[in-house]
Design a protein around this ligand. Structure first.
Ligand SMILES: [Fe+2]
Length: 177
């Protein structure tokens, strides 16, 4: 912990806890922020707070995306814009569903407008990765990829999406080049 940088974002179980601010040291105001690493810029958003058009985080995100010169643009937040989870957002793998949290669609529009590369999120405890999506359709040239990262600190769901590779599934590793 003393020599590995960790960037965090609040989820629905934290409840804006004072301990988040006490024990983490993210850029101000900490519940949302951006940072760069090499040619990548990360946009960290609190999806327990408002992200609708005109909200504080929405306005901030649009300004940051607009001026970003990064080769790679990544968003990170707790809730899924897209998911096939069967308990929270319908059963996309069986038929029509809500396909994720509809309150996040304003963010999706910004991601598409400013060429975000990948959006990472949790909340649902299994791994999923979408095709590049734009306007709710696969668009290999201009689409945004959405990655639901898996278990985090909790148990994984026992679904058809679990890989059987015998490795820990509590985190994912992304190599950027
Ligand atoms: Fe959650």
């Amino acid at each position: 912990m003393s020599h590995v940088p960790i960037y965090t974002i609040l989820g629905n179980h934290e409840g804006d806890s004072k301990y988040y601010y006490q024990y983490m040291a993210n850029p101000e105001p900490e519940y949302y922020y951006t940072f760069t690493y090499g040619n990548a810029q990360f946009f960290m958003i609190d999806t327990d707070r408002k992200v609708n058009t005109g909200s504080k985080q929405y306005e901030w995100l649009e300004e940051e995306l607009k001026k970003s010169q990064a080769t790679w643009k990544f968003a990170v937040h707790h809730h899924p814009p897209y998911s096939s989870d069967e308990s929270d957002y319908g059963d996309a793998y069986r038929g029509p569903s809500e396909r994720g949290d509809k309150s996040l669609q304003p963010l999706v529009k910004l991601y598409e407008k400013y060429g975000l590369d990948i959006c990472f999120y949790g909340h649902i405890h299994d791994y999923e990765r979408t095709w590049p999506i734009k306007d709710n359709k696969v668009n290999r040239e201009e689409g945004v990829i959405y990655i639901q990262t898996g278990g985090g600190p909790a148990e994984l769901l026992k679904t058809m999406y679990l890989p059987d590779h015998g490795l820990p599934e509590k985190y994912i590793v992304i190599i950027i080049s």
